[in-house]
Design a protein around this ligand. Structure first.
Ligand SMILES: Nc1ncnc2c1ncn2[C@@H]1O[C@H](COP(=O)(O)OP(=O)(O)OP(=O)(O)O)[C@@H](O)[C@H]1O
Ligand SMILES: [Mg+2]
Length: 362
């Protein structure tokens, strides 16, 4: 996958911007706060239609403006024009100028893998953030995943509502609760299968990545899910706990509680891992993901290394780049070109961002 061109209108600190990229390596450099991360955030948003650092799409609109547009020409098996338009009412996405009404038809096309300096935060956050990561990656690999996830969430909402109804008003029937429960299990099991398969495949790759870049150690992801049982057992568990769920007015079991536990040498990295080991574990996960995307899609994702020099030394970054295929288009942001290996600099296209958000090619 290659991003040939990027065009921005009123995105973050950029008014108008149009860039042509190199197929292999692109380096974006400039002082703190000039808009380096904004630029790679735009590339990410072109793919996922969302930012990686804000949940509010409106933050992407340049201050004082009413809408932003990100356009990019992306080469996969074919070359297509992608477009994301965000305004205060919502967003629209287009491929080759045609509006795409189902987001699932859009976000499964461009795959991005992003490495950031503070990745270890993922281990300090709630399981919902780790599920979000799983969901984003699975949406990019399996087009139909998001449809099952949306169906599950819809039934979950109905079920929670019905549990409250049954408890507070006493009207309603257990038969209907059974129907909702069965539906929930039906969609939930699908999601469970996708997640399990994804984690199994990552596990086949992750230890090798971890060892080749960082240090000794066996890294494995354990998938924790209430649905790690037969359908009958899941159903029985719900039935046993109907009263408890009604009292709380919430569905207490299901794939909306799933989590990924990273085990380094069989020990939970959250409890036993050092800060560095946590960071490395996520990096190894992302690198395994690159290979998995290649296996699933037949094309490498676009790789973004944002400000990685603040997290890793030159040697580790060189190791990362060394194990990457030359076929991976990579974007690196940095404040300091001296931190980048000379051989890498030679093959890169370099973009310098000045204080006034002006980007010049060097
Ligand atoms: N919606 C917005 N409208 C206008 N400017 C914005 C908007 N959002 C962020 N900015 C500006 O973008 C700048 C930050 O850009 P960015 O995070 O890309 O910097 P950076 O070059 O990555 O810096 P660092 O080296 O510190 O990581 C800030 O000056 C901020 O004021
Ligand atoms: Mg930055």
């Amino acid at each position: 996958m290659k991003l040939n061109t990027l065009k921005l209108s009123n995105f973050r600190n950029y008014n108008k911007l149009e860039l042509n990229f190199n197929d292999t390596l692109n380096i974006i450099y400039g002082n703190n706060g000039v808009g380096k991360t904004n630029l790679v955030e735009a590339i990410y948003a072109l793919s996922i239609t969302k930012s990686f650092r804000t949940n509010n799409d409106r933050n992407l609109i340049k201050e004082g403006e009413i809408a932003t547009k990100i356009e990019g020409e992306v080469e996969t098996n074919t070359t297509n024009d992608y477009e994301v338009i965000i305004n205060k009412e919502g967003k629209k996405v287009k491929i080759d100028k045609n509006i795409i009404s189902k987001l699932s038809d859009y976000i499964s096309n461009i795959n991005i893998v992003l490495l950031e300096p503070d990745e270890q935060i993922l281990f300090e956050q709630s399981p919902s953030e780790r599920r979000k990561l799983l969901n984003i990656e699975l949406c990019g690999i399996k087009k139909e995943y998001i449809l099952y996830l949306n169906s599950y969430n819809k039934i979950l909402k109905q079920r929670n509502f019905y549990l409250k109804e049954l408890f507070i008003n006493g009207n309603g029937s257990y038969e209907y609760l059974d129907i909702l429960t069965n539906k929930l299990i039906e969609y939930g099991k699908k999601i469970y299968d996708y997640r399990q398969e994804f984690i199994d495949k990552i596990n086949k790759l992750i230890t090798k990545k971890y060892q080749s870049i960082f240090e000794k150690g066996e890294l494995i992801i354990k998938y924790n899910s209430d649905y790690q049982k037969s359908v009958d057992d899941i159903l029985n568990n719900y039935k046993k706990n109907y009263n408890k769920e009604m009292a709380i007015g919430k569905t207490l079991y299901g794939i909306h509680h799933d989590d990924m536990i990273f085990l380094l040498d069989n020990k939970d990295i959250v409890i036993r891992g050092s800060n560095g080991q946590k960071k490395n574990a996520i990096f190894a996960f992302k690198l395994a993901l690159i290979d998995l995307i290649y296996e699933e899609k037949g094309s490498y994702p676009i790789l973004i290394l944002d400000d990685l020099f603040s997290a890793l030394d030159k040697y580790k970054i060189k190791n990362i780049v060394k194990i990457l295929s030359n076929n991976i288009q990579t974007f690196i942001t940095t404040t300091d070109l001296d931190k980048i290996d000379e051989l890498l600099l030679k093959k890169a296209k370099i973009f310098k961002i000045n204080e006034n958000s002006f980007v010049e090619e060097q």
